[in-house]
Design a protein. Structure first.
Length: 207
């Protein structure tokens, strides 16, 4: 399975997640916002420089520096660094079919990371195919900041003509997140017939 900060192979999709806690506008991560860093942020906001020149000035990691983000950085420069408002950030890491030996329900193992800075108290996930099929599940436990979790859900979707599924975390947009654009992951449609899940009952002795 995927772990936070890394990737893994296998039949399912995987995503790499990097978790960092920073002060907005502190381009060199030294807990101090300088005039030079403000100048860099203004240039990025005006599209004169790429956002990669000051990744720690892009508070929501959308590759754009806004006026609001520059304003927070200026405040940090004048008053000393104050941590920006923190939210969870739910990111799907992987989805892998779970083949059980012998007789058992067919399921999928879903792995999700919280790449944000605060604990999230439960969240919804959904699986959808391109034919309009969907199933929804609820993960009810807490998931702390910079943690990931894997859990099994039963697989109930019918086969899709295009063979691709989409995993969405926080599928109902119930949680405010640092980044609302990294909640989906596509992966190949599982093939239950490829797993050894057929149970052959042992014949009763006769005579």
């Amino acid at each position: 399975m995927c772990q936070t900060g890394g990737t893994t192979g296998g039949n399912g999709g995987c995503r790499e997640v990097e978790i960092d806690q920073v002060f907005l506008g502190d381009c060199d991560d030294d807990s101090n916002v300088t005039v030079d860093e403000i100048v860099s942020l203004v240039a990025i906001a005006l599209a004169a420089r790429p956002a990669s020149d000051c990744q720690l000035g892009d508070g929501n990691a959308d590759q754009v520096v806004t006026v609001d983000e520059v304003t927070i950085a200026v405040t940090n420069a004048l008053d000393g660094c104050v941590a920006a408002t923190r939210y969870p950030d739910l990111v799907p890491l992987s989805a892998n079919e779970n083949c059980r030996n012998g007789c058992g329900p067919y399921s999928i193992e879903l792995c999700v990371a919280n790449a944000g800075d605060v604990t999230v108290h439960g969240f919804a996930v959904s699986l959808t195919n391109r034919d309009g099929g969907m199933q929804s599940e609820i993960f009810e436990d807490d998931l702390g900041a910079a943690e990931d979790v894997c859990f099994e859900v039963p697989y109930r979707l019918p086969p899709s003509s295009e063979g691709v599924l989409t995993l969405t975390v926080d599928s109902g947009d119930a949680r405010q997140e640092t980044n609302e654009d990294n909640n989906t992951l596509q992966f190949p449609q599982p093939n239950p017939t490829g797993c050894d899940i057929i149970c052959t009952p042992t014949p009763e002795p006769t005579g």
